[in-house]
Write a protein that binds this ligand. Structure first.
Ligand code: HEC
Ligand code: HEC
Ligand code: HEC
Length: 474
């Protein structure tokens, strides 16, 4: 057993704040008092009870009994090779690489800048390098980081590291991930420093953030629910941290748990509502479509995965076993549906273009979206917008009945045109070129507006200045 007493740390600043101008200190003090008062109310509120560490072994045992699957947790200790294999599977489900691999030639060595409203946080090196990575960390240090968001010297970690979700992951799974990380090539690399503004560079202030945005505690299986539901909840709310992108945030960047998975914006991208609401969410999708989307990134007639979701599919969900994918879908079906007020589903818009002569146009005056479409897009998506290859792996998808084209906000479409699509899975290598380099903001706006008007939601329109802004995000 681990020595838990060595993990107890005083909740006081270990790196005392340097002396600052009065304004900053007063702001920090006011923030602290405010936080304390909210925390006091929270502590007495209905959500106050802490979930204690309970074994998930029962749910796993049920799982294992039903499905002879190498991802179900073992009854006894694992042989070393199996432990590492399991750790790799879990690290993929948790998508550690999404943030800790900035450069493919330096896997897990960090260096990815993450922009937040408070400044930029750069991911650290988590290879076993003793000087620049986590080679000198004990297992207890590692568990404390994953479960409590506390670094090796007791410093508070920023929630850009999703410990708020990983806190639900069992100790056994955290240790399997560690065992896998230990087998990686140690890389000697120190990522650039964070650039956060005062007072956000004061890590100890996270004590207050945690008080009302973080509930420490392992996932507690619900005995009323099936093993599949429990496994799905464990993945969605814990390891796979879907809510980190799909759940809206409050003014402090904490997740709004009462609007779970109802959609949020990150770096311009809309991570859509994935609650079971029929119109605003994914309630109209079949189970098989949801599984196909997570396994391959394509659900013909519904959606394709581009941008951050394309990466989630390529780095993480494509590796999940059929049992785990099924469990995720079972759980997604059960979260409270949240309506965004839509009157028609994102994937339910559009009709094929039926007049190619109209598209060719006569006099070229100014920027013409239809002509830009014929020149740049029709070779793959067809001038009618119906795509090529229907539902075959790697098909050029139809733009009709596509959630990105039918969304009420045109950002994702403009971003897809700017950056293209690049997604490699065991299923197919899909590649759509990026047009950001040779089309200007006005052309991309005209093209976006043509595509939404013709093939999607005509209310979604964009101007050149918003395209210019989207270009700067990432
Ligand atoms: C969404 C992005 C993201 C994901 C996913 C992520 N991390 Fe991190 N991680 C970060 C950031 C950002 C930090 C630095 C936080 C800070 O500076 O306070 C961090 C810090 C850490 C630290 C502390 C390292 C140190 O030197 O203090 C460890 C350990 C860690 N992550 C492990 C993991 C593991 C293991 C996974 C997968 C299970 C993972 N992370 C997934 C963003 C991420
Ligand atoms: C890094 C951020 C991120 C994470 C983590 C993430 N998603 Fe997404 N997701 C997105 C974005 C952005 C889109 C929109 C993609 C597009 O327009 O091509 C999306 C789209 C989707 C869609 C398609 C919805 C539609 O109507 O088109 C589903 C389903 C989905 N995500 C499920 C999940 C599940 C389940 C998880 C956890 C296993 C997850 N996502 C984790 C960012 C994320
Ligand atoms: C070389 C072929 C090619 C060209 C040219 C091309 N695309 Fe694509 N497009 C693709 C492929 C491949 C995908 C991704 C399919 C997948 O996700 O499985 C895609 C996906 C899309 C999507 C769906 C993205 C999502 O997140 O759901 C849209 C919208 C789109 N393209 C619009 C356009 C527009 C507009 C143009 C012209 C500016 C264009 N494409 C040019 C091949 C192409």
């Amino acid at each position: 057993m681990l020595n838990h007493s060595s993990r107890a740390q005083p909740d006081r600043p270990l790196r005392p704040a340097p002396r600052r101008r009065f304004g900053g200190a007063a702001l920090a003090a006011a923030f602290s008092v405010f936080s304390l008062s909210i925390a006091w109310h929270e502590a007495r509120g209905p959500r106050a009870q802490q979930s204690d560490e309970l074994p998930i072994t029962q749910a796993y045992a049920d799982d294992a009994a039903r499905t002879p699957d190498d991802t179900a947790a073992p009854a006894g200790p694992l042989a070393n090779g199996d432990l590492i294999k399991r750790g790799q599977y879990l690290a993929r489900a948790a998508d550690c690489a999404a943030c800790h691999t900035a450069d493919k030639s330096r896997p897990f060595a960090g260096g990815l800048p993450i922009s937040t409203p408070f400044g930029t946080i750069v991911t650290p090196n988590i290879t076993p390098d003793p000087d620049t990575g986590i080679g000198r960390w004990t297992d207890a240090d590692f568990i404390r980081a994953m479960h409590e968001g506390i670094g090796k010297s007791g410093e508070r970690l920023y929630p850009a590291f999703p410990y708020t979700a990983y806190t639900r992951v069992t100790e056994q799974d955290v240790l399997a991930i560690r065992a896998y990380l230990n087998t990686l090539q140690p890389i000697h690399f120190t990522p650039p420093a964070n650039s956060l503004k005062f007072p956000f560079n004061q890590r100890w202030l996270m004590v207050f953030w945690n008080m009302f945005n973080f509930t420490e505690g392992r996932f507690v299986p619900d005995p009323q629910k099936s093993a599949e539901w429990n496994r799905g909840a464990y993945l969605v709310e814990g390891l796979a941290h879907c809510g980190e992108c799909h759940t809206p945030r409050n003014f402090m960047q904490g997740l709004k748990s009462d609007a779970r998975l109802s959609g949020a914006v990150l770096a311009g991208w809309h991570a859509f509502n994935i609650t079971p609401d029929k119109l605003s969410g994914v309630g109209a999708w079949s189970d098989a479509e949801l599984r196909a989307y997570l396994a391959t990134g394509a659900a013909p007639g519904r959606a394709n995965a581009a941008g951050p979701m394309g990466e989630v599919v390529a780095n993480s969900t494509q590796y999940l076993t059929p049992v785990d994918l099924r469990s995720i879908v079972v759980y997604l079906r059960s979260v409270p549906p949240v309506s965004g007020g839509d009157t028609r589903s994102r994937h339910d818009w559009g009709a094929p273009a039926d007049d190619v002569t109209g598209l060719r146009g006569t006099a070229v005056k100014g920027v013409n979206g239809a002509q830009l479409f014929v020149a740049n897009c029709a070779s793959c998506h067809n001038w009618s917008g119906q795509g090529v290859g229907a539902s075959a792996p790697g098909a050029y998808p139809s733009l009709i009945h596509n959630s990105t084209v039918g969304a009420s906000d045109p950002n994702n479409l403009a971003l897809v045109i700017l950056h293209g699509v690049n997604r490699t899975t065991a299923h197919a290598d899909v590649m759509m070129p990026a047009f950001g380099g040779h089309l200007d903001d006005e052309q991309i706006a005209a093209l976006t507006n043509y595509v939404t008007r013709q093939f999607g939601n005509p209310q979604a329109t964009i101007g050149a200045s918003r395209v210019a802004k989207l270009r700067t995000l990432q």
